[in-house]
Design a protein. Structure first.
Length: 271
């Protein structure tokens, strides 16, 4: 299974569009891995996680043809994770897709209602939707997915995802604070090959909604204690905000003692 991190920033991107803070100024000066777009990842070539407003640039930067994507998992309805206007680009004359290439979108009720409100589901877009509640399981060609409850926007059922394919198991864990207890209970008995965790706040501790390095370390420690992870599990942090202040090299130094690696846009891992 291959994971490609298309975007690794929080809602404002990094450097943020209008921002003049020192973290954004340093990122502009240094460039490279310090330039971050909004959060998204591609599993193999056909399963996309989240659909931010930077999806077009993700396709260009990574040489992707998004018509190959069969499945789209949406974590929640915030604009940096779900930008439905670009889904309309699957309609003719904006796209001429060869054959019956259905895009199946799995998401909470809030997201699916917005898709239907934009009239994006149907023959023209070749989009189908399925509502997932926390702890629902779904099988698709080549994948098994379980939705888990996130600690994020209280007004909707935000999700994180357990994904299995090719005998491997990954946890996609953004946007969320330290996991709710029912999510921990649902993870008992699983053995993760890769744990991908929200690190929006960088070095700062965050009690809920997002995580910082202290919560990521605490999450790893509990996973090891409860047998959800072991010494072979790869821990990756992502979804960084400029308010955390740490550029890529600084994140690497901060996380290395804990055996956690920070992702960057374009980072790929094969498991």
């Amino acid at each position: 299974m291959r994971i490609t991190f298309l975007g690794t920033a929080a809602a404002e991107g990094w450097p943020a569009v209008f921002c003049e803070c020192s973290a954004c100024q340093r990122a502009r000066e240094k460039g490279g891995k310090n330039i971050r777009t909004r959060s998204s990842a591609l599993i193999n070539d056909d399963l996309l996680i989240d659909f931010p407003p930077d999806t077009f640039s993700h396709a260009l930067n990574n040489g992707l043809s998004l018509s190959k994507v069969k499945y789209l998992l949406i974590t929640h309805s915030h604009q940096d994770h779900f930008y439905p206007e670009d889904l309309a680009m699957r309609k003719p004359p904006f796209a001429h897709i060869q054959g019956e290439k259905i895009l199946r979108i799995f998401a909470n009720e809030t997201v699916v209602e917005r898709i239907k409100g934009y009239r994006l589901e149907g023959k023209e877009t070749m989009i189908e939707t399925k509502i997932l509640q926390p702890f629902d399981e779904v099988e698709m060609e080549g994948y098994w997915v379980k939705a888990l409850r996130a600690d994020h926007q209280p007004s909707e059922k935000c999700l994180i995802y357990l994904i299995k394919s090719e005998g491997k198991t990954i946890l996609w864990g953004t946007d969320t604070g330290f996991f709710p207890e029912d999510t921990w209970e649902a993870l008992i008995g699983e053995r993760l090959d890769v744990a991908i965790l929200d690190t929006t706040s960088g070095p700062h501790s965050t009690p809920s909604y997002h995580m910082g390095i202290p919560e990521v370390v605490r999450t790893k420690e509990r996973m090891l204690k409860e047998g959800i992870a072991d010494e072979k599990t790869i821990f990756i942090s992502t979804h960084f905000s400029h308010n955390g202040g740490l550029l890529q090299e600084e994140l690497e130094r901060a996380l290395e003692p804990f055996g956690i690696m920070p992702a960057y846009d374009g980072f790929k891992i094969e498991i």
